[in-house]
Write a protein that binds this ligand. Sequence first.
Ligand SMILES: Nc1ncnc2c1ncn2[C@@H]1O[C@H](COP(=O)(O)OP(=O)(O)OP(=O)(O)O)[C@@H](O)[C@H]1O
Length: 335
Amino acid sequence: MDALLDVDDLVVRFATPNGDHTAVRGVSFSVAAGERLGIVGESGSGKSVTAQALMRLLGPAATVEAGAVRFEGRDVLGFSKDELRRWRGAQAAMVFQDPLSSLNPLVRIGRQVTETLREHLGTDRRTAVARAVELLSEVGIPDAPARLRDYPMTFSGGMRQRVAIAIAASCSPKLLIADEPTTALDVTVQAQVLDLMDRMTSELGTAVILISHDLGVVSTFCDRVLVMYAGRVVESGTIEEIVGAPRHPYTRALLGSIPSMTGPLPRRLPSIPGSPPQAGTRPPGCSFASRCPLAEDVCHEADPPLTGGVACHVATREIATRDTREIATREENGR
Ligand SMILES: Nc1ncnc2c1ncn2[C@@H]1O[C@H](COP(=O)(O)OP(=O)(O)OP(=O)(O)O)[C@@H](O)[C@H]1O
């Protein structure tokens, strides 16, 4: 399947008064058209910075030090300001945990929706207003024609997130990045917001990258998952692989010790004893080693590469041993 988005060996560094540190360390993944990819991991693991880097939304303290981001084969990191403006919104859109980060508090909602349509699709004013009413009604804003004149602050958190999704959906983007879009919302509103995103993928064919702490949400919504830890992808796979047979000790810890496809999943990432090393002071070796119940000497010495979807010395060896055993058994049986 051709990738819509290709992220290759992305490295992001921050310059702070306390020194430089690398927040994203060689992250690679692809997203196909219409696919739903989840990114999970503890706070500070680099999920948001990865998303901001590929949308070219990093602040001035951050630099993409290495790597490539390709959207339909085009080099996003090389886009001019003009190309970026045309690409964002029209082809790739983002919604945030706090919708006020994407809505302008000083501009009426109607104008914010119509401006997106006029800028990206060249829609005339009258048609844009009619479409704005349609979009806001579609995301469940009651009395949409009257609400066009209101400012974001007069909407509840859930209603603001719906407006942000209406704006994100307005140009039928090929990619939507949703960074903790339901975290600040109560459970009923969460379900409605996920339903809207679900409609975007099924009706518009939009691919979604969903960043979430909520494994329940990720497992019901996504096809594939990346597990991030200390700025790296430590495991990736389909939902069935990650939830049904996690290989990395960190993923296993996230899922609880006995993962099951049929049992209930934890709604929140359980807390794992210890904490990830600070970005500026990572020891050599695997960043999870100091918290890992399976760590061996090698884990404290060499950072394991991501091999076959998992970055763990112990898991990789277990897989290799199992494969060798399976081959031997097959040969034995074939004799
Ligand atoms: N403005 C900043 N200045 C300096 N360092 C930053 C800044 N923003 C992020 N970082 C660094 O990047 C790391 C990753 O942050 P990021 O926000 O991507 O984590 P996250 O996985 O999205 O966590 P959360 O779930 O809490 O949003 C942080 O641990 C921190 O070291």
